[in-house]
Design a protein. Structure first.
Length: 277
């Protein structure tokens, strides 16, 4: 599943005649669009707060690609990326931080930290993307996380999360997307209606090679838009908004998200929920 239709150019390294598998590079190409994401975050902040945001915090940041893109938007922009896993942080330092100018590098701060105990300056925007907060299986834990986020925002800050759903999310299924030099597989291993939990896997297959399964795996609770908004409001967010993705001529998502109070019946949909401090 991908948040929008923007794709970056894919690079495949070779050793002799055998292609080298790079899971973070493939994930970026198939799943992420960090340049588009940060432009959307800035646009939402300008729309709701009538000013440009400067400090951005990326929770569950992985390779912190969005942090790197954020500082490119303006010479005063600063970003903080929080993640507990040192491996993707190291990859990000080598592949997303190193290409930046020296001045830009000084404004990117990747940190091996727990998002529940963040120790960074107050942010104008905090984002938890790629459904990362679905790791919180209980309402109590999600509420605690949202409470901590609220404390970490500046006085007029915004909290953005993405969310997905639809009828296709209640059955085991595998969706394949072909790119020029690889294929991406999003595999849902069923759904438990009693707990609202589901397990997912990402598989990749380089061209003319065998499929590599379970490159990334997820054990998530499928949170709904009403639940997310209600918890945000319970912990003290003054307002919440939903940005719903439009539809292209083929019936798929068009990558354009508009603020609304009414969605559409879809087999699969992606939306953003935004909380105002």
């Amino acid at each position: 599943m991908k948040n929008n239709n923007t794709k970056s150019k894919h690079r495949v390294h070779k050793s002799g005649t055998k292609k080298i598998f790079n899971k973070y590079e493939l994930y970026l190409d198939a799943v992420q669009s960090p340049d588009t994401d940060v432009e959307f975050f800035r646009k939402v902040h300008q729309e709701l707060r009538k000013k440009d945001p400067r400090i951005f915090r990326e929770d569950f940041c992985g390779t912190f690609a969005m942090c790197a893109e954020w500082v490119k938007l303006h010479p005063k922009n600063i970003s903080y990326g929080l993640d507990l896993d040192p491996e993707p942080l190291a990859y990000g330092r080598a592949h997303h931080l190193s290409p930046l100018t020296e001045q830009q590098k000084k404004r990117v701060h990747p940190m091996e930290q727990n998002v529940m105990k963040a120790n960074v300056p107050a942010a104008d925007i905090i984002a938890a993307m790629n459904f990362s907060y679905f790791i919180f299986h209980s309402r109590e834990l999600l509420k605690k996380y949202f409470t901590d986020v609220l404390k970490g925002l500046s006085s007029k800050g915004l909290f953005l999360v993405d969310v997905f759903g639809g009828s296709a999310c209640y059955d085991e299924n595998e969706e394949k997307t072909k790119y020029r030099k690889f294929s991406y597989f999003w595999h849902q291993h069923g759904f438990d209606p009693v707990t609202a939990k589901a397990k997912f896997s990402i598989h990749f297959q380089l061209k003319d090679q065998r499929k590599i399964e379970d490159v990334f795996t997820y054990d998530w609770r499928m949170w709904t838009i009403p639940e997310i908004r209600e918890i945000m409001e319970e912990v003290g967010f003054k307002k919440t908004h939903v940005y719903w993705e439009g539809t292209n001529k083929k019936g798929g998502g068009n990558g354009v998200f508009t603020r609304t109070e009414k969605g559409e019946e879809c087999e699969a949909w992606v939306a953003y929920v935004v909380g105002e401090k």
